[in-house]
Design a protein around this ligand. Structure first.
Ligand SMILES: NC(=O)c1ccc[n+]([C@@H]2O[C@H](COP(=O)([O-])OP(=O)(O)OC[C@H]3O[C@@H](n4cnc5c(N)ncnc54)[C@H](OP(=O)(O)O)[C@@H]3O)[C@@H](O)[C@H]2O)c1
Length: 277
């Protein structure tokens, strides 16, 4: 070790010995118990994983903007539940395929709550078909919501999230499974893993951690619609825990990344699938 590095190492050790509380206080945005004053925007939070995440982050102390496209009733119900538990929530309509709508969603959230600390780009759709059979319309829809829409959300988050914030995009374990019929959908999810990794580096110096969370089969309409009970049971049997994931399982992992303890996880894809892959 050079003399210079040994001096700087001694300084770091000395600082750590006299001021451990300061080191801890510099972490953010929240401790697991409370995120007092912090604000989260969750896209696609009218149901499923987004709704569970909104409820969980509200429980952790975040004021939560509950985004929806068409599911106003679902979003309002999530907000009612947040408020009934003493939290702060607001339903915000925005179609993520519109950059202007995404920008307005951030404006509304900042005006209501004073800023943005956490953004979860969760809104997504799934259209399945063998590549040779997929229609132009289905291909374009999945790209528009999952890739372009998430890009608009991540771009706005990169501009507005405050220091020590978190940005999370929903990927999927299908990026590893690569099953037939999932091609375009899986491609949009793999793109999330690239985008968060690049964005984490681009935000250097702002202490914002940017990650993807990749659920496995999770019990929401996106997964269950169009499948027979036998097909669903077959997927459940393939996980070592022999059940589907529940939205709350994924919300718990997102909450960990949003807690002070999650800061050092940055630029990664966290697979949350009960051991499916
Ligand atoms: N469920 C799974 O097995 C699974 C596995 C891996 C990854 N994921 C990912 O997890 C995320 C959430 O999935 P989920 O299972 O909770 O799905 P879900 O139950 O179908 O919910 C999807 C949500 O996205 C919203 N949404 C769709 N298009 C939108 C748009 N253009 N603008 C704004 N919001 C829009 C919907 O809102 P409205 O109802 O208001 O339209 C709804 O709240 C998705 O990105 C999905 O790809 C899910």
């Amino acid at each position: 070790m050079s003399k210079r590095s040994s001096v700087s190492r001694r300084r770091v050790l000395a600082a750590a010995m006299v001021a451990p509380a300061i080191v801890v206080a510099a972490k953010g945005p929240a401790n697991t118990a409370t995120a007092g004053g912090k604000v989260a925007i969750i896209t696609g939070a009218s149901r499923g994983i987004g709704a569970a995440t909104a409820l969980r982050l509200a429980r952790d102390g975040f004021a939560v903007a509950v985004n929806y496209r068409g599911g106003a009733a679902g979003a309002e119900s999530v907000v009612r539940e947040i408020r009934a538990a003493g939290g702060r929530g607001l339903a915000v309509q925005a179609d993520v395929t519109s950059a202007a709508a995404v920008s307005r969603m951030f404006d509304v959230s900042e005006k209501e709550f004073g800023g943005v600390d956490v953004v979860v780009s969760n809104a997504g759709v799934m259209h399945l078909a063998p590549i040779r059979d997929m229609s132009d319309a289905d291909f374009e829809r999945v790209m528009a919501v999952n890739l372009k829409g998430s890009f608009f959300v991540l771009r706005e988050a990169a501009r507005r999230v405050r220091e020590h914030g978190r940005i999370i995009a929903l990927s999927s374990s299908i990026t590893q499974l690569r099953s037939p019929t999932y091609g375009p959908y899986a491609a949009t999810k793999a793109a999330q893993e690239i985008l968060v990794n690049v964005l984490a580096k681009e935000l250097a110096g702002r202490m914002i951690s940017v990650n993807a969370v990749a659920p496995g089969v999770t019990n929401t309409p996106l997964f269950t619609d169009g499948k027979t009970p036998q097909q669903i049971a077959g997927f459940a049997d393939r996980t070592p825990h022999q059940r589907l994931g529940e939205p709350a399982d994924i919300a718990d992992v997102i909450a960990l990344l949003c807690s002070a303890d999650g800061e050092w996880i940055n630029g990664q894809t966290v697979f949350a699938n009960g051991g499916l892959i």
